[in-house]
Design a protein around this ligand. Sequence first.
Ligand code: GLY
Ligand code: MN
Ligand code: MN
Length: 433
Amino acid sequence: MKPEEFARRRDQLMRMMGKGGIAILPAAPVRKRSRDVEYRFRQDSDFYYLTGFAEPNAVAVLAPGRENGEFVLFCRERDSEKELWDGSRSGPDGAIESFGADDAFPVDDIDDILPGMIESCSRVYYTMGMYTDFDSQIAEWINSLRSRGARGVHTPQEFVALDHLLHDMRLYKSRAEVTAMRRAARVAVGAHERAMRMVRPGLFEYEVEAEYRHEFRRNDAWVSYSPIVGSGRNACTLHYVDNNCELKAGDLVLIDAGCELDYYASDITRTLPVSGRFSTEQRAVYEIVLEAQLAAIDKVRKGNHWNDPHDAAVRVITRGLKKLGLLEGTLNRLIRDAAYQPYFMHRTGHWLGMDVHDVGDYKVGEQWRLLESGMVMTVEPGIYLPATSKVPARFRNIGVRIEDDVLVTGKGPDVLSKGLAKDPDRVEALMAA
Ligand code: GLY
Ligand code: MN
Ligand code: MN
């Protein structure tokens, strides 16, 4: 992402805030995995969206109209001893030179500088509840101003939810963001194709997972969530991540795996027959899910509302479950009673962007949000038939989900993950290749 993109976002946010506002965003904290081992650092999405700055222990401040500079970055100072261990730091000078900050200070000096900046503002834009330690710090700074009120020190009158503005901005992807998301989708498509070629009986689920991780890293990407590789009955466990079972001939394997590239996520699911050919029952279920997915994708159109794709998927799946003999009754009544829910218990999709389950409201007031150009969502209907007494024996342990990433455009749905086989004949052909 080019520096101008981050500058454009800051300008847009500052225009909405107006003079007298101050936005404060902390970097993500470093988290411990176990004892001396830390998780790999990943910057907070909101912070990164506005700064492009990927270091921990930093605070970004935007103060429209501030005379000494509107974009202020507090960050770690250069320190040759520490940099020897943990890698280079930008330092305040680097924050100005490379990240477009108008002004920058060592983060250790923040207590002496930030309260003074807050004092001269009337509205504080801040996302409460994300990082509780930082919430307390904000409260301390405000209280320190209040306690000096008798001496004429001014305290802002208003606190505004920053995420409300920022998350609405993030919902509409710019041209540069769509390009980044296409790349993230393309890498994940490559990984799924690699898996399709290698899946066979006798492999373990973790070996399939390894193919994805390999393909992601060789493209400078990371997993955007823990890959799900669920074979047989595991395909019916929605958040299965143990990935430690052997793939058995005759079973399906459901693989939900996407990557994060340059801070943008892809999220793709395919379901494959382990031995390379779908059984009659598996194919019957698979074709219903595919029809539901295509019907839902067709509803990803400007002017439709958020729930239209889900409604379309529910209709196809309910009709299909009725045809398979898993549901009995009239179609409309089954839909009204949500009779499909034991077998299709999740939503048809979610917003996708810097976060896999991306930010942005799904409703405006009481109404579902209307789809507009630049929004990106997943479309991922599924049918899960676990081994329970309600499911006829021949359908047991069939779990199918098909998931693609779709951009809303003025010209209809644009599937970012297009090209990846999902027609059952094409899947079988690719597996045989
Ligand atoms: N991989 C997470 C999801 O599909 O929502
Ligand atoms: Mn997924
Ligand atoms: Mn998803």
